[in-house]
Design a protein around this ligand. Structure first.
Ligand SMILES: [Ca+2]
Ligand SMILES: [Ca+2]
Ligand SMILES: [Ca+2]
Ligand SMILES: [Ca+2]
Length: 458
């Protein structure tokens, strides 16, 4: 028997004639009274793919298939792969042909033990079928995913991410709604799918090391920012970014760009008012020199333009108009606009003797460098002996010309007789528009003719 059993294996190894598969078939007859049979018994093995061995004769002698006994047969037959079912057939021969079959087991080289349970009376001349006890292996199970064999039947199970619906069917588990998901809520959203679920990044985040959590996206580096480059700086933050106004700009309606600050109107400019005017521009402002001033290293103020010549400014030749020459008081015959140098021995400005603080004023019309003053009296015995000078940019705020050390007010020496011209030069030229001469001492009366010297910047 042992030799027969391994014949097929040897045949394969030798490459000789193939006998087919050698099947070990064990037939167990029921314990019930009169369960044994003397009939001729045949089996037919059915593979899972539908192939069958055809009828295999089992009976050898009258001693087979006795009540409660297990008979073992070795038979060569064609290979049919994994076994799904077995069919049993008997005839009606012999003394007691009735047969109650308990079970049959089958195995062959390399196979599991196939079990077929009958526990029934086998009718004569008809094939009776029993399925393999392991429905999973026999391909008889209806499970959609996984099959787990049990003694009495089988159970179905589902792959990870699915759950059983009814006996056989598997449906996807929506982890996102069951709360089984591990998606990081701040940076991701949960997206269900058939294999499980994924955690796609929320807006403003990008994938990182973890499948469940995303990292901040640095929009400023990634270049997908909307910050307008001229007026804002992009500032990254966790989950987003912001556009911060550059210097000189302020937030407007859009979060992505800023508006120019008009510093000149807002009043937060540094332009020196006396010498410059503020001019707004995009992102900043400039301090433009006013007329008569020129740029200096400072951005915020200007210097008075220099001119070094000293020429008559227009008292004598009339370039300074009558309206530009005024005084604190005067005799009607001697108005201030008669105070033009060398205009005649009798001509002059003549202040009222009652005037407590007499002065004569010249409006030079625009900013001018004043470098010298000449005075002259009126005939007979009227002339100013000493005087002071004051100057003003606007005709309202005045400064008195001081000595070089800057402390004492300068007292100029004027005329010593009514006819001769007395000229003084200023050590520190004054940049001014208005000039006042204050007579301090005089002979017989305040009578004066004058010229102013200097130059106007181009
Ligand atoms: Ca089973
Ligand atoms: Ca899922
Ligand atoms: Ca960010
Ligand atoms: Ca501006």
């Amino acid at each position: 028997m042992l030799i027969l059993r391994y014949l097929s294996l040897l045949a394969v190894l030798n490459g000789a004639h193939v006998y087919g598969t050698n099947y070990e078939i064990k037939v167990t007859t029921s314990q019930e009274p009169f369960a044994g049979t003397d009939a001729r018994v045949y089996v037919n093995l059915i593979g899972v793919n539908g192939a069958s061995t055809g009828s295999i004769k089992l009976h050898n002698s009258m001693q087979d298939f006795e009540r409660g006994r297990t008979d073992t047969f070795y038979r060569d037959a064609s290979p049919v792969g994994h076994l799904k079912a077995i069919k049993v057939h008997r005839d009606n021969s012999g003394f007691g042909p009735n047969w109650k079959l308990a079970r049959i087991t089958v195995r062959f080289s390399g196979s599991p033990l196939y079990k077929f349970y009958f526990n029934k009376w086998i009718p004569a001349y008809r094939w009776t079928t029993a399925n393999e006890e392991n429905e999973c292996r026999a391909g008889l199970a209806l499970c959609q995913h996984l099959c787990i064999d049990t003694g009495s039947g089988y159970n179905c199970a589902c792959r990870t991410g699915f759950k059983l619906e009814g006996r056989y069917k598997c449906t996807d588990v929506d982890e996102c709604s069951t709360g089984e998901q591990k998606c990081h809520s701040q940076t991701t959203t949960c997206k269900n799918n058939l294999r499980g679920y994924t955690c796609p990044c929320k807006r403003g985040y990008q994938p990182g090391q973890s499948a469940y959590e995303c990292q901040d996206m640095n929009e400023c580096m990634a270049g997908n920012r909307k910050c307008e480059g001229k007026t804002t700086n992009c500032k990254n933050n966790f989950g987003s970014y912001s556009c911060e106004c550059k210097d000189g700009f302020e937030l407007g309606l859009s979060p992505y760009k800023c508006n120019d600050i008009n510093e000149c109107i807002a009043g937060n400019h540094k332009c020196e008012e006396k010498t410059t005017s503020c001019k707004n521009n995009f992102g900043s402002y400039t301090c433009k020199c006013k007329g008569g001033y020129e740029p200096e290293p400072s951005l915020y103020k200007c210097n008075a333009k220099r001119c070094n010549i000293s020429i008559p400014l227009g008292m004598e030749n009339g370039h300074i108009s009558n309206q530009s020459i005024t005084a604190s008081s005067y005799y009607s015959r001697y108005p201030p606009w008669l105070a033009r140098l060398k205009s005649g021995a009798e001509e002059s400005w003549y202040a009222l003797p009652s005037d407590p603080n007499p002065w004569i004023q010249v409006d030079l019309d625009k900013l001018t460098w004043l470098r010298g003053v000449a005075t002259q009296g009126k005939r007979f015995s009227f002339f100013v002996k000493t005087y002071k000078l004051a100057y003003s940019l606007d005709g309202i705020h005045w400064s008195t010309y001081k000595k070089a050390n800057g402390e004492k007010e300068m007292v100029f020496k004027g005329n010593t007789d009514p006819y001769k011209v007395a000229k003084v030069e200023l050590d520190n030229p004054i940049f001014t528009r208005y000039v006042r001469l204050y007579p301090k001492t005089w002979r017989d009366g305040i009578a004066l003719k004058m010229e102013l010297y200097g130059c106007r910047p181009a």
